[in-house]
Write a protein that binds this ligand. Structure first.
Ligand SMILES: [Zn+2]
Length: 373
């Protein structure tokens, strides 16, 4: 079972296809189909977007299509046709080579059972119930070794690394050579949540696929998913909070995070004004600990923006006017790092680190009041 060796993913059913209404993923899939038809299909594909765009879902659907026996049978026809010189037929067949996975062939069934011998998913492993902080160098070595072996079902070999954020320099180095010489009919897909974290050596060996979702179409998609429970303003706000990521916005709405999010922002303002302590804030929001870090990051990001904008409202100008932007950016960086480490550390550690950052914000407010008097 290749999946369990490399990844900690629970053995849930494997989605072979992208839901028809998830337009941004289908658009990306079509882009790859046309690359395939033009013989421009990559061996290293970097799928980039902020969290909540469904990168893994797309990568799995691409992998399933390549591995699907129905598509691969066309592939071998194509090779024979090349020898006999039947050029017209080649063009027709090549269009069939990369269609949506059939769902019924041996390969599709193996994928759905998470037992396909030519499919590898590398993710952070579980250790004593906690996710490890990184994808290890050993996982990457194991992956590289598997990809140099011949395919067990005589077709493509597909690997997904989920995600680049969880890799360190050693694990990057362990996969470099494989990315450079991936072997025939091999696809390595790397999922990324921001190009800033991708080393140039990796970037230069991959084709980059940036996922985008049109704002109006996402709005319609969210309205369809939520029927009549929510107004357009709330949907727009969810999209803003989640940087336009459709799945993340949907979760934000469905979970009813709207009011909690607003309350957090006003509490962070109250913290700066020294009307609330860091500990009180954390106690009040402890039920949303998992989302909290990302939301606080959004808060610092917005504060930083309103400091640099001349058009910031008078209210905001008064509130953040004396706050040094450099300090805000520094706190933002600290929160982002904490976000990265959050699933590997204990809850107590996390709370303490978060509290330290919030105390800094409180102290900053105290100094500002002191100097402006
Ligand atoms: Zn199939």
């Amino acid at each position: 079972m290749p999946i369990t060796e490399l990844s900690s993913e629970e053995l849930e059913s494997f989605e072979l296809m992208i839901p028809q209404e998830d337009f941004w993923l289908n658009d990306a899939f079509k882009e790859l189909q046309s690359a395939y038809q033009q013989n421009k299909f990559p061996h290293g594909l970097l799928i980039n977007a902020v969290k909540g765009f469904g990168q893994l879902k797309l990568a799995k659907a691409i992998g399933a299509s390549l591995l699907c026996r129905v598509n691969q049978e066309c592939h071998s026809d194509l090779k024979e046709n090349n020898q006999t010189g039947a050029i017209e037929k080649v063009a027709t067949d090549s269009q069939l080579n990369f269609s949506v996975a059939c769902g019924n062939c041996k390969s599709c069934l193996l994928l759905q059972a998470n037992t396909h011998p030519d499919f590898y998913l590398a993710e952070r492993l579980l250790e004593k119930g906690k996710l490890k902080q990184n994808i290890s160098i050993n996982q990457m070595r194991e992956l590289s070794q598997k990809l140099v072996q011949t395919s067990q079902l005589n077709g493509w070999r597909v690997a997904i690394i989920n995600s680049i954020d969880d890799m360190n320099i050693s694990s990057f180095n362990a996969i470099l050579k494989t990315l450079e010489e991936p072997g025939q009919d091999t696809l390595i897909m790397l999922i990324s949540h921001g190009m800033g974290k991708v080393p140039a050596t990796i970037k230069s060996r991959c084709q980059v696929l940036n996922l985008n979702a049109d704002k109006n179409r996402t709005l319609d998609w969210l309205i369809n998913k939520n029927s009549d429970q929510i107004n357009d303003d709330e949907i727009s706000n969810a999209m803003k909070v989640c940087y336009g990521a459709p799945y993340a916005s949907l979760e934000f709405i469905v979970q009813g995070y709207q009011s909690e999010y607003k309350k957090l922002f006003s509490d962070l303002d109250a913290l700066l004004a020294n009307q609330l302590s860091a500990n009180e804030l954390l106690v009040q929001h402890k039920e949303h600990m998992l989302s909290l870090i990302g939301w606080i990051a959004n808060y610092f990001h917005q504060v930083s923006q309103s400091i640099s904008l001349e058009s910031a409202s008078l209210e905001k100008a008064q509130r953040y006017g004396n706050v040094p932007q450099k300090t805000v950016m520094n706190l933002y960086e600290q929160i982002i790092n904490l976000n990265r480490a959050q699933s590997s550390g204990s809850n107590l550690q996390l709370t303490l680190q978060l509290e330290a950052i919030l105390i800094h914000w409180f102290e900053l407010g105290r100094k500002i009041v002191h100097y402006s008097k």
